[in-house]
Ligand binder design. Structure first.
Ligand SMILES: C[S@@+](CC[C@H](N)C(=O)[O-])C[C@H]1O[C@@H](n2cnc3c(N)ncnc32)[C@H](O)[C@@H]1O
Length: 208
């Protein structure tokens, strides 16, 4: 993995919470996230597929059968849990420690690139989304499940005030403007669907 990520504070935070991550997220996972994740399975296309920020491997049950997916994360602590899960559940996945801000893959390589609840944490989300665009084939697609800053003025301000505390505890920002960031990088949004008020979104985009 390239050098600069060694002092990324976000990486440290995920290493710190890795052992308790599934427990902390269990209620949300059970009541909301799990049903949203099922969308991945029917929307992933092609044989070359990349998941970024794989975490503890919560998307494994929704991987399409018959292909080996490449999945990266820059936190060795999270990857350790993903490796255990992959071997216990016999999931075909190549798990690699790598930073989405500096991907070690060739241009135009993947048919589908996807992430769930990751661009709230990436230190420079625009750099990460740019890298995904570089490694995605021109006819490929980006799938994202992300929470973002609410559009309502009052809620938006509340999220801004709470954000530093959440980042310190969990490593995730709750006030990211991810839709704007996707557009900034030049992705063409094909589908954007609100899943929970205007905070959690399902996004499908293409490089052109
Ligand atoms: C909120 S967790 C989500 C994990 C998983 N995608 C899920 O849905 O449960 C965010 C993950 O993104 C990873 N991450 C954050 N920044 C990253 C980066 N720059 N490169 C690679 N992984 C990153 C973290 O280590 C963590 O595992």
């Amino acid at each position: 993995m390239k050098k600069h990520t060694n002092y990324d504070p976000i990486r440290k935070r995920y290493n710190r919470v890795a052992f308790i991550y599934n427990f902390l997220e269990a209620p949300l996972e059970y009541f909301r996230f799990a049903s949203w994740r099922t969308r991945m399975k029917s929307n992933i296309i092609g044989n070359r597929v990349l998941e970024v920020g794989v975490g503890t491997g919560k998307n494994f049950p929704y991987y399409p059968k018959g292909i080996e997916i490449t999945a990266i994360d820059f936190s060795p602590g999270m990857l350790k849990r993903a490796r255990k899960k992959a071997s216990a559940e016999d999931v075909r996945v190549a798990l690699i420690e790598m930073d989405v801000q500096q991907l070690d893959f060739p241009d135009n390589y993947f048919d589908t690139v996807f992430a769930t609840f990751v661009f709230c944490s990436v230190l420079d989300p625009v750099a990460g989304l740019k890298e995904l665009k570089r490694v995605c084939k021109p006819e490929g697609k980006l799938l994202l499940l992300e929470h973002m800053r609410p559009g309502n003025v009052i809620s938006g301000l509340i999220f801004d005030v709470l954000n530093p505390f959440v980042v310190r505890m969990m490593g995730a920002n709750i006030n990211r403007r991810t839709l704007d960031n996707i557009l900034k990088v030049g992705w063409k949004i094909r589908v954007k669907e609100r899943l929970s008020s205007d905070i959690v979104w399902w996004i499908e985009a293409g490089p052109s």
